[in-house]
Every structure is written in structure tokens, then in C-alpha cells.
Design a binder for this molecule. Structure first.
Ligand code: BGC
Length: 520
């Protein structure tokens, strides 16, 4: 029997390939044991599957591509400091020349701007909408880079970095939300993971361009992606969910027509979202007592915390030094190698995530990172035999000392563990926290909860990059990497116990899952 979307005869609206969907409101499915839900009779082929089989994704890809120019811009911001700092340290103008302390602020202040961007983005995304928030980001991006290009002193460089950081913070919130709200459950994982793919592509782009361009011209180049994003986004629709929440039904239908092609019953998807949107009301603080609000909130914030305590930003910061030690003479080339490994494995994750699911990749990624940070800790322990001497400067001195590693013949261990770590991060803990953040929050709490996630992520990134030196002084360098390793093990335990599997589910089903789950 051909099931028409919206047909009253059809009881089930969702894919039979996961338990949660089956739990939800379908008498036909909920009476079955989870194992039986995989063996549904042919006549109950889910309506969602029928609907999705007719969807044309071309324009959805186009809208995703336009939005992804945002994370590409934010990757350029993150990657910019690595090639620019050596230039700015050597510059002849004393008013612009950075000393070591100023260089570290120039690198890290962007994370503080991004943390502020999380708060601002959380307010904007619900007030002015997803599309306009993203378009507005181009203002701080371009003005930040313009201030850097025309900088006359170090303060102008800092202000430029803070502004580009602010734009990055807003982008890191808005783009995952925009993409998850315009996609459908079949490809949401791949499209959502492309956010991280574009971030790491932007980082790599800045590293590669930095080999040829001086810091001012590099800043000129970095200001292009946000301008192109602004132009492309102006032709793309707002998300149907935001529009329906604003009671703009006609615009929502037009957006669905654009995103899904002409073959499907847009009215059906519109009604699915609408029914849900009608149940939503304004969020009050008291509602954070409600498990359907606070559970996803805590999971999202914890994911961001755990992503940063893997030590990713500290390790990326030291990557060049580690490669130098292993006799990679050109440290800029080493950054390009690290960046390429990230891009490659993030692309692999994006391609497989809708098949493997989020939990498997997160767990695998956590295990790989736990092993590689433990191995790197071991490497530090062997080349730093005396813990009393392992102060913060020892780490740098030792990492800079090719002779110590050569004597111990252990440089390979450093390079292999670093490569493994980057691979592990790219496969799971890089893309998935951002993806899950965009999937698990109920519509009315999406802005505020995503804002809290972005704030946590960037604030932790700031703390770890800024305090890494002190931590190695306090715990020794191997102790610090073993601490990262312990956190990676905790990441895996947290994933197994608390992270919901969102593969194949619609956003409405995910929300229903949290509504049903009992309070502790
Ligand atoms: C993280 C950043 C990190 C970047 C590059 C992002 O997912 O949030 O802190 O610098 O990936 O790997």
C-alpha cells in the first residue's frame, strides 16, 4: 500500500531503525519490544521514510554550503594567529612588534571574544532569527580584520582579534542550529558535521596561505569568506522551524518548498513541526527544573566542557614544537600536516556519522585520545626523568631540545601520539559536540541553551590555552598529559551513560524523548 504522508491510516511517522522513534506516540510500535521494532510488517513502512524518499536535496545542500561559509570564516580566524605571530614578532615597527606575552594574548584573546559571542548569539538567534544572525556576523568579522589590517599599535591588533572572535562565537552557535533546522533526519549528521569540517578547512587554509602571505595580506584574505557568506545567505531561506514558531506559516511553506523540492507533501512536514511549535511556550527560569529542559542543557554543556579538557587547543599549540623536535625543519609545514590530518579525518567522520551514529564515534574518539595522550605523557616522562625539574619552562626547553629526544630515540613516539590524537579528535570529539548541541534542545530553549554551550566551550578553550604552562609547572608535563588522558576516559564513560543517540531521529522525536524520560 502506498502511504501518503499525512494519511490518517498511517500510525507511524518515523524511521523504524531506532528505538526512540518507535516509543513515540504510535500505538502500533509502542506495543512492540525494542527488538521487534526492527521487524515491522511491510504495510507499516514509515511515513517519514516515504516522505524522505521523495525529497530533493539540491537546494538544501546549497543553503548548507552558504551557511558553512560562516565556520570557514571562523576557521580562518582560529588559524590566523599561527602564521601571523612569527611575522608580528619580527616586525620592525616597535609599536606593532609583539613580545612573547603579547603574542600569547594575541593568540588567545579570540577565545574570550568568542565566549562573549556565545551570550550574544544565544539572544540573537531567538530574537532576529537564524538567517539574519548569521548575516550580521559578517559585520564583526570584516570590521575586526579591517582593524587588524590598519593596526597602528598592539591594542588595535587585540581589538581586531576580539571582534573576529565575537563573530566566531556567534557563528559557532548559529550555524549548527541553522543547519540542523533546515536538514532532515537522513543526512542531518553529515551536514551538521560539515560545520567542524569547514572550521578545520579554514584553519588549514590560513596555515597554507600563511606560508606565502605576510600578516596584513593574510588578514585581507581572511576577510573574504564572511563577505561571500553574506551575499550567499541573502538568497537562502530562514529555517521553517523558526518561521513557524513566529507564526509565519506562508514563509515556512515557501522555505520547505525551497529546501525539499517540489515532489513532497510540504504540508505534512509543516504540520509535524507546527504541532510541535504549538506545544511550545515562552521559557521561564522556573522551567529549568523540568527534566526535558535541564537534561539536554546539562548534556550539551558537559559535552563542550569535555571537548576542551581533552587538551585539543594546548596540543595544537605545541604541535609545531613537537614536529620540530622530530626533525621536521619547517615548522609551518608541520602545521599544514596537522591541519591536513584534521581535515581528512573530520571528512571521514562526516561521511560515516549517519551510519555509525554519534555515540560509537564519540566513544572511539575518546579511547584513541586517551591512549595517545597517555603515550605522549610517557614520552614526556622518559625525556624528563627528574620530576623536580619539570617546571613549566622545562616542557618548552625539553620540547625545543632535539638532542634530548634524539638521544632517547623517541621522537617517533611524540609524532605518532600527536597524529593519533588529532585523528581521534577529528573522528568524534571535534564535530559531534557541535552537532549534538544543535539537535537536543527543545525549540523554546534552543537559543539560551546553545548560548551556554558556546560560552562554556570558548571559556574552557581560553582557560586551557592560557593556563597550560602553569598546569605543566604544577603537575609536571607528563602529569598534565596523563590528566588529559583521564579526562578522555571520563569522556567515554559520560558518552556511554548520558549522551542520547540521535542518529535517524527528527528534532521533534529527540525532544519527545527528553519529555518522556523520567526525572531522577
Ligand atoms: C573546537 C575548537 C578547536 C577546533 C579545531 C573545535 O571543535 O571547539 O576549540 O580549536 O575544533 O580543532
Amino acid at each position: 500500500m502506498g502511504l501518503r504522508p499525512g494519511s490518517p491510516d498511517c500510525h507511524c511517522q518515523d524511521s523504524a531503525t531506532f528505538e526512540m522513534a518507535a516509543e513515540e506516540s504510535q500505538p502500533l510500535l509502542s506495543s512492540r519490544k525494542p527488538s521487534e521494532q526492527w521487524l515491522l510488517p511491510a504495510e507499516s513502512v514509515p511515513v517519514l521514510d516515504v516522505y524522505l524518499s521523495k525529497v530533493q536535496n539540491r537546494k538544501l545542500y546549497l543553503a548548507t554550503f552558504a551557511a558553512l561559509l560562516g565556520p570557514l570564516s571562523f576557521g580562518f580566524v582560529l588559524g590566523y594567529s599561527s602564521p601571523a605571530i612569527p611575522d608580528l614578532k619580527k616586525i620592525s615597527d616597535p609599536k606593532l612588534r609583539l613580545d612573547t606575552n603579547e603574542a600569547s594574548w594575541f593568540g588567545s584573546v579570540v577565545t574570550l571574544g568568542a565566549a562573549a559571542g556565545g551570550i550574544l548569539g544565544g539572544c540573537m538567534v531567538d530574537k532576529v532569527g537564524r538567517k539574519l544572525s548569521l548575516m550580521l556576523c559578517s559585520i564583526p568579522y570584516v570590521s575586526g580584520f579591517t582593524i587588524i589590517i590598519s593596526a597602528q599599535n598592539v591594542w588595535m591588533l587585540y581589538i581586531g582579534r576580539i571582534l573576529t572572535g565575537l563573530a566566531s562565537g556567534i557563528t559557532s552557535l548559529v550555524v549548527p542550529v541553522y543547519i540542523s533546522e533546515i536538514s532532515h533526519s537522513k543526512i542531518r549528521g553529515t551536514l551538521g558535521s560539515s560545520v567542524q569540517l569547514m572550521v578545520v578547512t579554514g584553519i588549514l587554509g590560513a596555515y597554507v596561505a600563511g606560508m606565502a602571505l605576510r600578516w596584513r595580506w593574510l588578514a585581507v584574505l581572511c576577510s573574504f569568506p564572511p563577505c561571500i557568506m553574506l551575499v550567499f545567505m541573502s538568497f537562502m531561506p530562514e529555517t521553517p522551524r523558526f518561521l513557524l514558531n513566529q507564526k509565519k506559516r506562508t514563509e515556512a511553506m515557501a522555505a520547505l518548498q525551497f529546501l525539499r523540492g517540489s515532489e513532497v507533501d510540504h504540508e505534512w512536514e509543516c504540520r509535524q513541526i507546527e504541532t510541535h511549535a504549538e506545544e511550545q511556550h515562552r521559557l521561564s527560569v522556573a522551567e529549568f527544573k523540568n527534566p526535558s529542559i535541564y537534561k539536554p542543557f546539562l548534556i550539551g554543556v558537559a559535552l563542550m566542557f569535555f571537548q576542551q579538557v581533552t587538551g585539543i587547543n594546548a596540543i595544537m599549540f605545541y604541535a609545531e614544537t613537537i614536529f620540530e623536535e622530530a626533525n621536521f625543519k619547517d615548522s609551518r609545514m608541520a602545521s599544514v600536516v596537522v591541519g591536513s590530518v584534521q581535515v581528512f579525518f573530520t571528512a571521514v567522520a562526516a561521511l560515516i556519522i549517519d551510519k555509525t551514529g554519534r555515540k560509537v564515534l564519540l566513544s572511539l574518539s575518546g579511547v584513541i585520545m586517551a591512549i595517545s595522550t597517555a603515550a605522549f605523557g610517557l614520552y614526556c616522562k622518559v625525556i624528563l626523568p627528574n620530576p623536580q625539574n619539570s617546571s613549566q619552562s622545562d616542557l618548552l626547553t625539553t620540547l625545543n631540545s632535539a638532542s634530548v629526544a634524539a638521544e632517547n630515540n623517541l621522537a617517533w613516539l611524540a609524532v605518532v601520539s600527536l597524529g593519533l590524537f588529532i585523528t581521534g579528535f577529528a573522528l568524534g570529539w571535534g564535530p559531534i559536540p557541535w552537532l549534538v548541541m544543535s539537535e537536543i534542545f527543545p525549540l523554546q530553549a534552543r537559543g539560551i541553551s546553545s548560548g551556554a554551550c558556546v560560552l562554556t566551550n570558548w571559556f574552557m578553550a581560553f582557560l586551557i590555552t592560557k593556563e597550560f604552562h602553569d598546569l605543566t609547572g604544577f603537575l609536571t608535563s607528563y602529569g598534565t598529559f596523563w590528566l588529559f588522558s583521564v579526562f578522555c576516559i571520563l569522556n567515554v564513560i559520560f558518552t556511554v551513560l548520558y549522551v542520547p543517540e540521535t542518529k535517524g531521529r527528527t528534532l521533534e522525536q529527540i525532544e519527545a524523548h527528553f519529555r518522556r524520560s523520567p526525572a531522577p
